[in-house]
Unconditional design. Structure first.
Ligand code: 5GP
Length: 114
């Protein structure tokens, strides 16, 4: 499925979304269908399909995504109470958009899966 084009268009600002942060490596924007009071997606600007495609060459991008997620959590003042950072991978992981993204969720007590 070509739904990864949605995130590519958001990154390039070809379709509207609430972009909260962007640099040369990542873009962070609000989820269109938030599952918590704070629900931000952090994506690499250069296409990576799934977590399976993280490797030694691009691992610095993932580290940067984490840093920006944490920066967003601090800016949204959810870092003290806490939050979840989630990456869904493929069918069983519940990945709907075929473009690697990190969910930052917070602002409410979140359920655990285990
Ligand atoms: P996944 O299930 O793939 O881990 O998460 C995909 C997320 O992308 C969902 O939370 C969904 O609400 C969000 N999403 C899907 N389409 C759009 C869109 O066009 N704009 C924004 N901002 N978020 C989207």
């Amino acid at each position: 499925m070509n739904n990864h084009l949605i995130f590519q268009k958001i990154i390039k600002r070809e379709i509207s979304s609430n972009i909260l942060y962007q640099d040369q490596i990542v873009t962070a924007f609000e989820d269109i269908n938030p599952k918590a009071p704070i629900h931000i997606l952090i994506v690499p600007n250069d296409f990576i399909k799934t977590a399976n495609d993280i490797n030694q060459k691009n691992q610095n991008i993932i580290a940067h995504m984490f840093c920006i997620a944490i920066k967003m959590a601090k800016e949204k003042k959810i870092s003290k109470d806490g939050y979840k950072i989630i990456i869904n991978c493929n069918k069983n992981g519940g990945q709907e958009i075929n473009y690697l993204h990190m969910h930052l969720l917070g602002g409410i007590k979140l359920k655990t899966l285990y």
